[in-house]
Design a protein around this ligand. Structure first.
Ligand code: HEM
Length: 136
């Protein structure tokens, strides 16, 4: 969910009358899994973003990880930098493999059900790091 919004005037959404000062919850989780906008909507399929012009900075409403409009996340740059820095360090210093002969297709990508600010995996991801020494 995004931060709640309150309407300032009367509007119609999908045929429903929404009156002024109504509190609205925008379910971005559901928008991000809407098969009208996403193929294989329920699948973990990050390749969908290759050569895709859909941006995540609030201009394309089918993908709103940081929200949008006046209440868009003010920490967006810090959030992106933090995630990219951690991920690039992990990929730069290690090769990674799955434990016990597992293949990528064996991973359970289901989400845990429950009230939480963030979505977490039902089955935690376990990986084996292999030290990678860059040639001097
Ligand atoms: C990957 C990291 C992050 C994600 C995915 C994220 C996501 C979000 C989302 C979805 C919202 C609601 C926006 C809306 O309703 O339109 C939000 C709001 C907010 N975020 Fe973030 N955020 C992240 C990192 C950060 C960081 C690093 C900070 C601060 C250092 C931050 C501070 C805030 C604040 C203060 C709000 C409330 C803004 C308001 O009340 O108008 N966020 N964030």
């Amino acid at each position: 969910m995004l931060l709640p919004r309150q309407t300032i005037s009367h509007c119609k959404i999908n045929g429903y009358d929404v009156y002024p000062e109504t509190l609205l919850q925008v379910n971005v989780w559901a928008i991000g899994r809407d098969s009208r906008y996403w193929s294989k909507a329920e699948e973990f399929f990050p390749e969908r973003f290759i050569d895709n012009s859909v941006d995540f900075k609030g201009q394309n409403f089918e993908l709103l990880p940081f929200g949008g409009g006046r209440r868009i996340c003010p920490g967006i740059q810090m959030g992106i930098s933090t995630v990219e820095l951690a991920l690039t360090n992990l990929l730069y210093h290690f090769n990674w493999k799955l434990p016990n002969g597992m293949e990528g297709g064996d991973l359970n990508m289901e989400e845990a059900i429950g009230q939480s600010l963030t979505t977490s995996k039902k089955t935690p991801l376990m990986l084996v790091p292999i030290n990678y020494s860059h040639p001097k």
